[in-house]
Write a protein that binds this ligand. Structure first.
Ligand code: RTP
Ligand code: MG
Length: 156
């Protein structure tokens, strides 16, 4: 949901290992910028199994979980904070449906249609709600210095 008229909403995007190794980064960023998003932060990182399991904890009981963790740890990922009015909904719309194979038919202009392959290897992630976005942004970009100082002070 939007944060209000004229105000930007943050969301999280991840170019998954297949997107990065397939050299889709520049094309994806072009689509992002042309669609009116600002990329306010970005990092390239290699997730380990624990990171990926924590990030996708909501799927821990699914049959595809083990495959998902293997996929997300198969190489580095590029994590971005994206900002736009009603950013969460616009970003989900821009990446397209989870199954990239189907996206090629039903949403040919989506990012998943451009660089994904199937239900698993869909090349890009998008937060599914405002609340998820804030959790996921904190997961990758802990705004540490102040928070940490406050916590340490509270522990004294
Ligand atoms: P994401 O969280 O990565 O943006 O994807 P999503 O919301 O469209 O889909 P979600 O249900 O959250 O699934 C997370 C990721 O798990 C992989 N997946 N594999 N083999 C399968 O049945 C299956 N289903 C999902 C995909 O990589 C999906 O993006
Ligand atoms: Mg999801």
């Amino acid at each position: 949901s939007s944060t209000g008229r004229g105000e930007k909403e943050r969301t999280l995007g991840i170019i998954k290992p297949d997107g990065l190794s397939g050299n889709y980064t520049n094309r994806i960023k072009q689509v992002i910028l042309e669609s009116g998003f600002e990329i306010s932060k970005e990092i390239v990182i290699q997730l380990d199994e624990q990171d990926a399991a924590n990030f996708y904890a909501e799927h821990s009981s699914k049959i595809f979980f083990t495959d998902l963790i293997r996929y997300m740890t198969s190489g580095p990922v590029l994590v971005m904070i994206l900002e736009k009015e009603d950013g969460v909904a616009h970003w989900r719309n821009l990446i397209g449906p989870t199954d990239a194979g189907k996206a090629k038919i039903t949403h040919p202009h989506s990012i998943r249609a451009m660089c994904g392959i199937d239900l698993e290897k869909n090349c890009i992630h998008g937060s599914d709600s405002h609340q998820s976005a804030e959790r996921e942004i904190a997961f990758f970009f802990k705004e540490a210095p102040l928070d940490e100082a406050v916590r340490k002070h509270d522990e004294l």
